[in-house]
Structures are given as structure tokens and as C-alpha cells.
Design a protein around this ligand. Structure first.
Ligand SMILES: Cc1cc2nc3c(=O)[nH]c(=O)nc-3n(C[C@H](O)[C@H](O)[C@H](O)COP(=O)(O)OP(=O)(O)OC[C@H]3O[C@@H](n4cnc5c(N)ncnc54)[C@H](O)[C@@H]3O)c2cc1C
Length: 304
């Protein structure tokens, strides 16, 4: 992630400018505000604004007039109760606005999460930068043999070098053509193609940027899906960075989320029955479990 000296100065100016407020402030989030957290080779995540903290979740749940007289330990217990029982609306009282710079193919996965408000950099209005995601050597992997939606063995030697060359060459060539198409030339009468059309030939590893605002309940849903090991590495690293930020913002809510959602397991009715039969000493197999082979594989992956 290379920020220009002007961008660094703008961020520093924002961080130097503080104002008194009556609103709830999260000390952990204040430390994160505006700071650019690098992700991938040119990407970033920055918190632009936020509303609420752990207390705000409890205030909403209790519909209280002020802070109330409850201790932090009571708040933590209430938050865990709300998370455990899928009582989601108090978490929706907290909001966060991120500035994210990400490759277009990651943005396509990300935008499927419909419960956020998004404003993307306009490539009709502005010219995109010459910035492309090129995977690091340890992420350049072959198709997984077990999982159609995943990667397996890391490419080595000449094959890895050739893939990297192709990625770089294609990116640079298409950007050269993009610039060529855009640029007018008064000597030859060349008009230059409109930005909204010239962008057509750019590959999906070019970087875009957006502001992305979401409430905490829906952010947790996003993080549960995208910080999961099944999510593609390139979106997972963004989700993991956000997890670190949310942990600082709302420590009790994040702790409950980590425990009940990230670390928890959903059980089907069949799975509950199998566990009960096992605890009673029965040797249950896939054939006698009533589960499909795939379901059994996932069940055995967690419970052995
Ligand atoms: C590992 C992984 C692999 C994936 N593979 C594919 C794939 O191959 N192809 C593909 O197309 N997608 C794929 N997806 C995307 C996935 O199917 C979802 O579209 C995406 O994760 C967004 O989930 P969501 O709809 O729950 O989230 P959000 O859009 O954030 O919605 C959150 C929740 O709000 C509710 N909601 C939102 N909008 C509506 C609505 N209009 N109607 C009813 N309820 C609504 C739902 O309860 C939803 O769960 C994949 C996702 C993951 C994590």
C-alpha cells in the first residue's frame, strides 16, 4: 500500500483535529480512526466514522435514559445473552464507515453483502491508477483437488515465475492501452475515448475504492462468512483486518461474536441425535446416522 505524501498529510491532519463531543466514544476505535491499515499489495482499510460502543448496545437493549447503573460485567453478560439468543437489533444500533481499497475481483464478492451502504470511486469520472494485485509467491497456488472452490499446492520454480510474468505483463499492457485510448492528440485529431468506455479492457485485479457503511449486526454476518477459512484468501485478509478493528471498537460484543459465531458450531436435529446416541455409548456410523456423506464428513470434521 503506497500512500502519497499528500494522502499521508491529509490523514495526519484528520487525526490531529479533535473536537469535544457528548456522544459515546470508544477509546479503542479512536486509536483506529482514519489510520490506513495495509491489506494485500496495494489495498487498505480505514475507519472514517463510527457510532456507538458496547454500552450503546446495552442501552438499546434496556431502552434506558442514560448510562444506567449497570456494571461493565453486567453489560458483558447482557451482550453475551443477546448474541446467544440471536437478539440482533441492539447490535444494529452501532454503525461503522470504512474506506476500502481492494481489487475489483474482491469487490465483486464483497458487494454481494446487500445490507451495507456503498459509494464507489467513479471510473466514468476519474482515471484509475496503474495499480494491480499481484499475489505473493505463497498465494500462487494450483486448483485444490478436494475443493472446487479453493486452492491447493503452491506453484514452484518456472511455473510460478511464468504465472507472475503473465499477470504483470497483461496488467501493464492493458493499462498502456487504457491510457492510449483515453489520451487525445490535437496534432492527429485523435479525440480520446470516454473514460466510461476505456475502462472496459482493464483486468479484474485492478484496484478500486469505496466507502462502505454497515451496522454491527450485519458486519458480524459479513465477518462470519468472510473471515472463515472457506472464504477466498484475498477477501479473508480484509475481514481479518476488520476483526482486529472491531475487537478494539466493541470488545465485549466482539468477544461474544468470536465465542458464539466464529468459534461456535450450528447443529442440525440429526447431529444432536447422533451426539446423544454417542454419549449413550452407541457406535453411530454415517449409514445409521441419517446424514448424507457430505453432512457426515462435515460433522466428523468437528466432532471426530
Ligand atoms: C465461501 C463463499 C462462497 C460463495 N460462493 C458463491 C458462488 O459460487 N456464487 C454466488 O453467486 N455467490 C456465492 N457466495 C455469495 C453468497 O451466496 C451470498 O450472496 C453472500 O455471502 C452474501 O450473503 P447474505 O445474502 O447472507 O448477506 P447480505 O446480503 O449482507 O444479507 C444479510 C442477510 O440479510 C437478509 N437479506 C438481505 N437481502 C435480502 C433479500 N433481498 N431478501 C431476503 N433476505 C435478505 C438475509 O437474511 C441475509 O442473510 C459465496 C459466499 C461465500 C462466503
Amino acid at each position: 500500500m503506497a500512500l502519497t505524501p499528500e494522502q499521508i498529510a491529509e490523514i495526519e491532519a484528520q487525526r490531529a483535529n479533535s473536537a469535544q463531543t457528548l456522544r459515546a466514544v470508544s477509546p479503542g476505535m479512536e486509536g483506529r480512526l482514519y489510520t490506513a491499515h495495509p491489506v494485500l499489495d496495494h489495498g487498505l482499510i480505514r475507519v472514517i466514522d463510527y457510532m456507538g460502543d458496547d454500552e450503546a448496545i446495552c442501552q438499546a437493549a434496556r431502552v434506558s435514559y442514560g448510562k444506567g447503573t449497570k456494571a461493565v460485567s453486567d453489560d458483558r453478560g447482557l451482550i453475551r445473552y443477546l448474541m446467544r439468543h440471536w437478539h440482533s437489533t441492539p447490535f444494529e444500533m452501532c454503525e461503522v464507515k470504512f474506506h476500502v481499497k481492494l481489487p475489483v475481483f474482491v469487490a465483486r464478492q464483497w458487494i454481494r453483502h446487500r445490507t451495507a451502504n456503498v459509494n464507489e470511486y467513479s471510473a466514468r469520472y476519474s482515471i484509475l491508477d496503474r495499480e494491480f494485485y499481484i499475489p505473493s509467491a505463497d498465494q500462487l497456488a494450483a486448483q485444490s483437488k478436494q475443493n472446487n472452490q479453493g486452492r491447493g499446492e503452491v506453484l514452484q520454480g518456472e511455473e510460478a515465475a511464468r504465472v507472475l510474468d503473465l499477470l504483470r505483463e497483461d496488467a501493464m499492457r492493458s493499462y498502456d492501452h487504457y491510457e492510449d485510448m483515453l489520451t487525445p492528440d490535437t496534432d492527429t485529431g485523435k479525440l480520446g475515448l470516454a473514460r466510461e468506455l476505456a475502462r472496459m479492457n482493464l483486468p479484474a485485479n485492478i484496484y478500486t475504492q469505496w466507502y462502505w457503511k454497515i451496522d454491527l449486526h450485519n458486519l458480524f454476518h459479513f465477518l462470519r462468512l468472510r473471515a472463515d477459512p472457506h472464504a477466498q484468501y484475498e477477501i479473508r485478509v480484509y475481514a481479518e483486518t476488520m476483526c482486529d478493528i472491531v475487537k478494539d471498537w466493541v470488545p465485549s460484543a466482539y468477544e461474544a461474536f468470536e465465542d458464539y459465531r466464529l468459534g461456535g458450531v450450528n447443529l442440525s436435529g440429526k447431529a444432536v441425535e447422533v451426539l446423544k446416541r454417542r454419549l449413550a455409548g452407541e457406535d453411530v456410523t454415517q449409514e445409521t446416522s441419517g446424514m448424507s456423506k457430505g453432512e457426515w464428513r462435515e460433522f466428523a470434521g468437528v466432532w471426530g
